[in-house]
Design a protein around this ligand. Structure first.
Ligand code: ADP
Ligand code: ADP
Length: 224
């Protein structure tokens, strides 16, 4: 796991007003930070800048103390899971989970690593199915498996449970807490769901209108 530090980070898309303005924030190694706020307040933009999927307009990003604004996404050792399960539809779960491993190291047999990841997520029985043969919750588990199979040091999640029903959300929420703790991965989790905030976050960063309003305990985040 590693430290993520944002120093006065701002983002402008083209000539529009700032989507994110002077956000400063440090996420400690192994910490689970929840990024909370209404739709359009800049949460996804912050995640995408950390992942290197979006340029930083002003300010600095440091990964383990190293200036990282221009480090290519692939060299950041960061995995990301989105709201919509972006699995490859023509690949089995096994192939989806193994994809990032094959990409980095085509010569090695990744089967043991795939099996270990599947055990961790209790999806051993789903490895030979295609995404179309999986439920929403199963698909999201496979998506997490794909993100985590290569043991990233940073895990970014953008509303990963919001398209699931309430029961499944509760179940997967507990899984995510257990899994990230077990892996000791530095995690930033975007949501606007109060139950997720209360059960997941070590700390909660609250954004509004592109600005970071406060960083606090989950309890204090709702005492505003
Ligand atoms: P959130 O994740 O909190 O919903 P976003 O980071 O997606 O917020 O968006 C923040 C603001 O930036 C919004 O006003 C949104 O319309 C704008 N925005 C996001 N992505 C783009 C983009 N690719 N081009 C232009 N504006 C964008
Ligand atoms: P969210 O669930 O985070 O609110 P959005 O629906 O706002 O997601 O954004 C989905 C995608 O569209 C993202 O890739 C985002 O960068 C892009 N996007 C969001 N707002 C705009 C915008 N105003 N102009 C162009 N692209 C945008």
């Amino acid at each position: 796991s590693r430290t993520i530090a944002l120093r006065d980070v701002s983002k402008r898309y083209g000539r529009e007003s700032y989507a994110v303005e002077r956000v400063s924030l440090t996420v400690e190694p192994g910490e689970f930070l929840v990024l909370l706020g209404p739709s359009g307040c800049g949460k996804s933009t912050v995640l995408r800048m950390i992942a290197g999927l979006e340029d930083i307009t002003e300010g600095e990003l440091y990964l383990d103390g190293e200036y990282a604004n221009h480090v290519p996404p692939r060299e950041r050792d960061i995995a990301m899971v989105f709201q919509s399960f972006a699995l490859y539809p023509n690949m089995t779960s096994r192939a989806n989970i193994g994809f990032p491993l094959r990409l980095r190291d085509p010569a090695t047999d990744h089967e043991p690593q795939i099996e270990a990841t599947a055990r961790m997520l209790a999806i051993e029985d789903l490895l030979d199915r295609y995404p179309g043969q999986l439920s929403g919750g199963e698909r999201q588990r496979v998506a997490m498996g794909r993100a985590l199979s290569r043991h990233p040091s940073v895990f970014l999640m953008d509303e990963p449970l919001s398209s699931l029903d309430a029961k499944l959300r509760g179940h997967l929420r507990a899984e995510i807490a257990r899994l990230t703790e077990e892996l000791g991965v530095t995690t930033v989790y975007v949501t606007h769901d109060q139950a997720e905030v209360m059960s997941l976050g070590h700390r909660v960063a609250v954004m509004r209108g592109g600005v970071l309003q406060q960083v606090s305990s989950p309890r204090d985040a709702y005492a505003l």
